[in-house]
Design a protein around this ligand. Structure first.
Ligand code: FAD
Length: 292
């Protein structure tokens, strides 16, 4: 099933993101965790793609497994910046042959060793090129793109970032998924601005439940997200007690999700980080709301 069809309804939904193992030895435990998450019957599941494509094979293996065992619609991520055109075309062909209908088209972070190289020699510099390539392929994919309510770190300002986002959407994105954020007002402000800029595709908010104090620093470094005082206080108070922090982090994410539903965003994507118990707890916190 295409994600564009799922997004075309009024009902509140949850979808979950998982990541592939780094090595073959980690495959079975990741497979088991992702299957547990699939049993929750989310609207769809996404599988990330290792930076540089190192774990690309496992992305497809995990996606195929969940799709065939549990029938959950799958969104496979694909990055391009550190790949050749030939490799990317092969990955697109592999996804088509595996029956994957939804692809998240990403540039990927620029690896350190590429930073000073001649960019005119790169096969891909921006995600929009990958979006075009997917669109021109015969895969009939539903294509997603990433967006950044708090601006992509490489962009000079938000106007420039939204201008580039519009180009990416015009290249063929059917929907956008956001970077994590911890203050919903940042998302509402961003939505207002992109709609004004003529970007009309559905936007899926991405919510990261922070379930241990160590995750906070990593999440901020990775995403540059603003941490509201309410969230900082929670980490200060409960960060040293793992169970209490987990409960408080899940409650905070649940609260964000309820507010998003209340404001008309029907599908919320949870960065569930291969943690079935976190995904299940959030889902059970929302059980009556999700029945609506
Ligand atoms: P782009 O859309 O190409 O944007 C990158 C930067 O270039 C932006 O600053 C943009 O404004 C600018 N730009 C775009 N076009 C132009 C142009 N023509 N001229 C000048 N500037 C331009 N990474 C992974 O490795 N694997 C994953 O699975 C993964 N999943 C993700 C999922 C989501 C929802 C998000 C939000 C991010 C994900 N990432 C993933 C991280 C992502 O790869 C990085 O944030 C990366 O730095 C940017 O990727 P992008 O697709 O947004 O790039």
């Amino acid at each position: 099933m295409k994600i564009s069809e799922i997004l075309n309804t009024d009902k509140p939904y949850l979808s979950f993101e998982v990541f592939p193992p780094k090595t073959r030895s980690g495959f079975e435990s990741v497979k088991a965790a992702t299957e547990e998450i699939a049993k929750l019957r989310p609207s769809f599941m996404s599988v990330t793609y290792g930076a540089g494509g190192g774990t690309s094979k496992y992305t497809l293996d995990i996606a195929k497994n969940i799709k065939s065992l549990h029938g959950v619609p799958m969104l496979a991520h694909l990055t391009c910046v550190s790949s050749t055109r030939e490799t990317v075309r092969q990955r697109i062909e592999d996804m088509k042959n595996a029956g994957i209908q939804n692809v998240m088209a990403l540039r990927g972070d620029i690896p350190d060793e590429m930073r000073d190289s001649d960019r005119s020699q790169w096969d891909y510099r921006y995600a929009a090129q990958l979006v075009r390539e997917l669109k021109e392929s015969d895969g009939d994919f539903c294509i997603g793109g990433a967006c950044y309510p708090e601006i992509h770190p490489e962009s000079a300002n938000q106007r420039e970032d939204i201008k580039r986002l519009k180009e990416k959407v015009d290249a063929g994105c059917d929907f956008l998924t956001t970077q994590m954020f911890f203050d919903n007002n940042l998302l509402y402000n961003f939505l207002y601005k992109i709609r004004e800029a003529g970007i009309t595709v559905p936007v899926i908010p991405g919510i990261m439940p922070i379930t241990n104090a160590n995750q906070v620093e990593r999440a901020v470094k990775l995403s540059g997200s603003f941490m509201p005082q309410r969230f900082k206080s929670l980490v200060d108070r409960f960060g040293s007690d793992p169970n209490a922090m987990k409960q408080a982090g899940i409650a905070y994410a649940t609260d964000q999700i309820i507010d998003l539903y209340a404001n008309g965003l029907n599908n919320v994507h949870v960065y569930s980080m291969n943690k079935p118990e976190v995904a299940a707890k959030i889902q059970s916190n929302l059980s009556d709301i999700l029945k609506k």
